[in-house]
Design a protein around this ligand. Structure first.
Ligand SMILES: [Zn+2]
Length: 512
């Protein structure tokens, strides 16, 4: 681990975050330059190609779906046949349909709370039949869950999948706190990865099998509770307290809208460090990091290039250095280690969803994913939050690695941020693979210095801003420690004879 070289880490970040890569947006020349750079480095390091056709690349077609605003129609109908045309943006906005240019749905409205259905536990679907109907849901999740599960069950994609498996034709997701009108973004876009014969990977928020998904506003919720015999405030309060409340509403809805599709090719980049054990080498520990960023955006202080030095050039640099150390070290891992640089994370975890659903090695042979997304190496690293590790035996590997490096392991200090579903580790979890993402902890040894506040201020100024360039704040000693930790976690997983498994009865362990 002493070989980990901060100068090399710095030079990777400097290259990837340079203005000439123009923010590494998938489908652009800048992203292609980043792809070429990673492949060159993989070759220099001596990784084995693990993409399509014995190359380093896995091809995916990304579809951008854009709503045709003026085409959006939604008509509410009551039991006596009276109709009410809903107003686009004030009441609702359709989510662009990734598979159909012309989406149509017509059905009875059913209110189903959070739209959550936990096997053997809380369910919003217990006493209702939603087959062929349009389900009305509110955002969020029932109380009393740990932060990773709150994040999982609050996820719109998870809610739409659940509704679809219950037989619904459509979903309306409502934020009861939204005011309607100005705060709904009419230029809404969804992204999907398609390749003939492969499992489709949807960006967050839409399952193509549904006929329609709408976002709705609080005024719409109030409207459809009228004449329902239910008190909306009471129902929302009950849900907040963990009491499910689901029932048919006295309305049906007819929805139609048009979506424009634009398809382009992008790639995940995969390189392998072959395992040394004759049997275990057929199992894989994945290191993932997203290579893409936001591209060119709104001009701030004369700068329109969103360089993504921390997000996620620093994560890609970490993986390149981990790969180099694996290859240059005498100690060979028993299991194989697969380095996966994914595309389209910022577009909704597209590249990782696609890879995890359609891996280039047998899915059942992937034992774990160690994801690295914006380590935030801006201050000394003394403690870490291993998001997701508490669900499986990889917590043992984290405890070993953190203990070896003298790092304290903390619980998620910001459970309301739903961080767990916001990066690529979630794609692996959704495919039944134990995964984690090491986030910075809160500990500091400088008297009077509050790391949490410092990170908050940093985030406001740099996170997803044009300012996130090489000239920002970096602590390379912390970067080295972060790389050591992630290396040691994957090495420990690769060396442990028993493959990682989910904790007894863990909900993520039931996803296959
Ligand atoms: Zn980001």
């Amino acid at each position: 681990m002493d070989r980990i070289d901060t100068n090399i880490i710095r030079s990777h970040i400097a290259f990837l975050a340079d203005d000439k890569l123009k923010g590494r947006y998938p489908g652009t020349e800048g992203f292609q330059t980043a792809v070429d750079y990673v492949i060159d480095e993989f070759e220099n390091i001596g990784l084995t190609p693990s993409g399509d056709d014995n190359g380093f690349k896995q091809k995916l077609v990304i579809r951008k779906s854009l709503l045709n605003n003026t085409s959006s129609v939604a008509i509410l109908k009551d039991k006596s046949g009276n109709t009410d045309s809903l107003v686009f943006a004030r009441d609702f906005i359709p989510v662009p349909h990734p598979l159909m240019e012309s989406a149509n749905a017509d059905g009875q409205l059913v209110f189903a709370g959070y739209g959550v259905d936990i096997a053997g536990g809380y369910s919003d679907y217990k006493d209702i039949d939603v087959k062929g109907k349009i389900v009305v849901l509110i955002n969020g999740a029932p109380p009393g869950l740990i932060s990773t599960l709150t994040a999982h069950f609050s996820n719109a994609g998870n809610k739409t999948t659940t509704a679809f498996t219950k037989g619904a034709h459509g979903v309306i997701i409502i934020n009861p706190l939204s005011r309607g009108g100005t705060n709904l973004n009419p230029a809404i876009q969804s992204n999907t990865a398609l390749n003939p014969g492969k499992t489709i990977a949807y960006g967050r928020g839409f399952v193509g099998n549904l006929k329609t998904v709408l976002n709705g506003t609080a005024p719409l919720l109030r409207k459809i509770f009228l004449n329902s015999g239910k008190n909306m405030e009471q129902v929302l309060a009950d849900l907040k307290n963990g009491k499910a409340s689901s029932f048919e509403l006295p309305y049906s809805i007819a929805v139609s809208y048009q979506t424009t599709h634009t398809d382009f090719v992008s790639h995940n980049i995969l390189g392998l460090i072959p395992g040394s054990d004759p049997v275990l080498k057929n199992e894989y520990v994945v290191h993932s990091a997203h290579l893409d960023h936001l591209g060119i955006g709104r001009v701030v202080n004369g700068d329109s290039i969103y360089n993504g030095a921390h997000d996620n050039a620093s994560g890609v640099a970490s993986l390149l250095e981990i790969a180099r150390v694996y290859r240059s070290s005498g100690a060979k891992p028993k299991r194989s280690v697969l380095i996966v640089m994914v595309t389209g994370e910022e577009m909704g975890l597209i590249g990782s969803s696609y890879f995890a659903a359609n891996p280039t090695v047998p899915k059942s042979s992937i034992v774990a994913d160690v994801n690295t997304d914006m380590p935030t190496v801006i201050a000394p690293l003394l403690s870490v939050v291993p998001l997701g590790a508490e669900h499986s035996s990889i917590m043992n590997n984290v405890n070993f690695a953190a203990g070896y490096l003298g790092l304290e392991v903390e619980k998620d200090p910001e459970p309301n941020e739903n961080r767990f579903v916001r990066s690529d580790q979630y794609s692996f979890v959704m495919n039944g693979i134990p995964a984690l993402h090491i986030k910075y902890g809160t500990r500091s040894d400088v008297p009077g210095f509050n790391l949490t506040d410092f990170v908050k201020e940093w985030r406001a100024k740099y996170y997803h801003q044009a300012a996130d360039g090489m000239d920002g704040i970096f602590n390379f000693a912390a970067a080295k420690k972060y790389v050591q930790l992630n290396f040691l976690i994957s090495y420990s997983i690769a060396q442990t004879l028993k493959r990682p498994d989910w904790n007894e009865g863990d909900l993520f362990g039931k996803i296959k």
